[in-house]
Design a protein around this ligand. Structure first.
Ligand code: HEC
Ligand code: HEC
Length: 256
C-alpha cells in the first residue's frame, strides 16, 4: 500500500486526546519560554499521570508509529521511541509551525501548546522497545563501501563532515537533541535528506543538516542511506549522554 493510501485510511481513525491533565500540570514549564525548556531534565512524571494513562493518551500516535513508537524497518514511518526528548520536541514544533511540511503530522500537532508537545516528546524518548532487524537493501559492494566511508569519515573534497562526528560513533545520536540514524527505513532517510535539499524540512538555525544535505552528491545519498538502513543495532543501544568532541559545524536547537 502506498503512503498516501495509508494516510487516507489512518487519518479519520485517529483522535488525539488533547484534554488530559498534562497541559495544566506543565503550564509553568511552557510559560518559561521554549529557550528555557530542558526536555532532558523536566520529567513528565511531574504531571502525576501514570505511564499507562499516557500510553492511552498517545494511542493516536502509536496507530501510525507502532506500539511504543517502535515502527518497523519496512515502509516509511520513522521510529520515534528512544530518540532524545529535545530532538522529538524540536520536530513536533517544526511540524506544528509547518517548517517540516508533512500534512499528516502537522494535522496531529496543530495548535497543541508547547507543554503538551514536550510531554509527548518525553514520553516517547523514555520508550526503549527492541530495535527491529535491519532492512535488506540492494546495494552493490562499491556503493556500500562508499556509504560506509562517508558516514565514518565524510568527504573532505566536498566539505562533508563524517556523520559520526555529530550522530556519535555508534550512530544512535546524542543528548539532548541529536537523533540516531539506525533503525530507520531507507525510504524515510532518503526523503529527509531530499527534503532538506529542497527546503521543505527546516531545523532550527543554523540548519547544519541543510548545509550537509546540499553538499552530498545524489548517488552518495543512496549509498549512505542504504548502508545505514542495513546496519544492525546492538541490543540495549541508546543515544550517548554527550559527544566526545566539538561538532564540525554549528547546529541550532541543541540547547547551548
Ligand atoms: C497518520 C499517521 C501518523 C500519525 C497518527 C502520527 N504520525 Fe508522526 N509521522 C508520520 C509520518 C508519515 C512521519 C514522517 C514525516 C516525514 O516524512 O518527515 C512522522 C514523523 C514523526 C516524527 C519525526 C520523527 C523523526 O525522526 O524526525 C515525530 C517526532 C512524530 N512523527 C511524532 C508523532 C506523535 C507524537 C504523534 C501523535 C501525536 C504522531 N507522530 C502521529 C505519521 C504519523
Ligand atoms: C554538524 C553536526 C552534524 C553532522 C556532521 C551530521 N548531522 Fe545529521 N543531524 C544533525 C542534527 C543537529 C540533526 C537534528 C536536526 C533537526 O533538529 O531537525 C540531524 C538530523 C539528521 C537526520 C534526521 C533523522 C530523523 O530521524 O529524521 C538525518 C537523516 C541525518 N541527520 C543524516 C546525517 C548524515 C547522513 C550525515 C553524514 C553525511 C549527518 N547527518 C551528519 C547534525 C549533524
Amino acid at each position: 500500500m502506498g503512503l498516501v493510501a495509508l494516510l487516507l485510511i489512518a487519518l479519520p481513525a485517529v483522535a488525539l486526546d488533547r484534554s488530559g491533565p498534562g497541559i495544566a500540570a506543565t503550564a509553568s514549564t511552557a510559560s518559561r519560554g521554549s529557550a528555557a525548556v530542558n526536555p532532558a531534565t523536566d520529567g513528565s512524571a511531574s504531571t502525576g499521570e501514570s505511564a499507562d494513562a499516557l500510553s492511552r493518551r498517545f494511542a493516536a500516535c502509536t496507530s501510525c508509529h507502532g506500539p511504543q513508537g517502535r515502527a518497523s524497518p519496512e515502509g516509511y514511518l520513522p521510529r520515534i521511541a528512544g530518540k532524545p526528548a529535545g530532538y522529538l520536541y524540536n520536530q513536533l514544533r517544526q511540524f506544528r509551525e509547518g517548517r517540516r511540511a508533512v500534512p499528516a503530522m502537522t494535522w496531529m500537532v496543530d495548535r497543541l501548546p508547547d507543554a503538551y508537545l514536550l510531554e509527548m516528546a518525553q514520553y516517547f524518548a523514555a520508550q526503549h522497545p527492541p530495535y527491529p532487524r535491519p532492512q535488506t537493501v540492494s546495494l552493490d559492494a562499491a556503493s556500500r563501501e562508499r556509504g560506509r566511508l562517508l558516514v565514518m569519515s565524510g568527504d573532505a573534497s566536498r566539505s562533508v563532515p563524517a556523520c559520526i562526528a555529530c550522530h556519535d560513533k555508534g550512530l544512535l545520536g546524542a543528548q539532548p537533541a541529536i537523533p540516531g540514524l539506525l533503525g530507520l527505513p531507507q525510504d524515510y532517510l532518503n526523503a529527509q535528506l531530499g527534503a532538506w535539499r529542497e527546503g521543505v524540512r527546516n531545523a532550527i538555525a543554523p540548519d547544519c543538516m541543510a548545509t550537509i544535505a546540499k553538499r552530498l552528491a545524489p548517488q552518495d545519498i543512496a549509498a549512505i542511506t542504504g548502508w545505514l538502513a542495513s546496519q544492525p543495532v546492538p541490543a540495549g543501544g541508546r543515544a550517548a549522554a554527550a559527544l566526545p568532541a566539538a561538532m564540525p559545524l554549528d547546529c541550532g536547537g541543541l540547547g547551548q
